[in-house]
Design a protein around this ligand. Structure first.
Ligand code: IYR
Length: 228
């Protein structure tokens, strides 16, 4: 190793059975997470959002530049503006405005079992929209001059940690990705070198919320892992 400042690091050593049982228990809690599309307007504590963003902000990332920004939107006016702009894009995507859909027939076919369409009422009803921005530059400065590395990987991992923490706090989430979503930069007053990556919709499910049965079909371990 080249010389650099260090601090000690250690982890509690768990007995194997305890390690296995903890891994399985977190697995089971994470497996219970569902992508929810029916949100009530019931408020949720801001502290939960803050803690989840702090968890996300601890994600492994390129050169510790922490190339992310989380714009937390709760104002009804902002949420409405985001909904209107997102639905305008989604109408083009699904061809709901009378023109040919931007999405291919194949893509629309792949979405059939999810039941999604151009209506996104949750963007207004959910108490919080966490708009996640990836900083292509400017991770360690304010003026966007520093180059960042592995930006999509870093921010993707951070989003996973954000969602996991929100789920652990009993909140429902939805990763929403209108396409294109450049309008989010203006709505959230972010600089041009930041790229909106996704909206994480956060709140509580409505009493009669459902999820698509299709989304419950998960590939078994034998299909998603190989051991070499
Ligand atoms: N952004 C659109 C379409 C969409 C695309 C994929 I891939 C999904 O898994 C779900 C939706 C929408 O939100 O409707």
């Amino acid at each position: 190793m080249r010389s650099h400042d260090t601090v000690p690091y250690s982890l509690d050593t768990l007995p194997d059975d305890e390690a296995i049982s903890r891994a399985r228990s977190l697995r089971d809690r994470l497996k219970a997470r569902r992508t929810c599309r029916y949100f009530s307007d019931e408020p949720v504590p801001r502290e939960v959002i803050e803690a989840a963003i702090e968890a996300a902000g601890s994600a492994p990332n390129g050169a510790n530049h922490q190339p992310w920004h989380f714009a937390v939107v709760s104002s009804p006016e902002k949420k409405r503006a985001i909904r209107e702009a997102a639905e305008a894009e989604e109408r083009r995507f699904y061809g709901a405005d009378g023109d040919d859909p931007k999405a291919s027939e194949e893509w629309l076919g792949a979405l059939k079992d999810l039941g999604t369409d151009e209506d996104k009422p949750f963007l207004e009803t959910a108490p919080y929209l966490v708009v996640v921005f990836a900083q292509r530059k400017g991770g360690i400065d304010e003026d966007g001059t520093t180059q960042n590395y592995y930006v999509n990987e870093s921010v993707g991992i951070a989003c996973g940690m954000l969602i996991a923490t929100l789920h652990e706090a009993g909140l429902a989430t939805l990763t929403h990705t209108p396409s294109p979503m450049g309008f989010l930069r203006e709505a959230c007053e972010r600089p041009e070198w930041e790229k909106p990556l996704m909206i994480v919709v956060v709140g509580r499910p409505t009493k009669d919320a459902t999820v698509p049965a299709h989304a419950l079909k998960k590939k078994p371990l034998s299909q998603i892992a190989s051991w070499l």
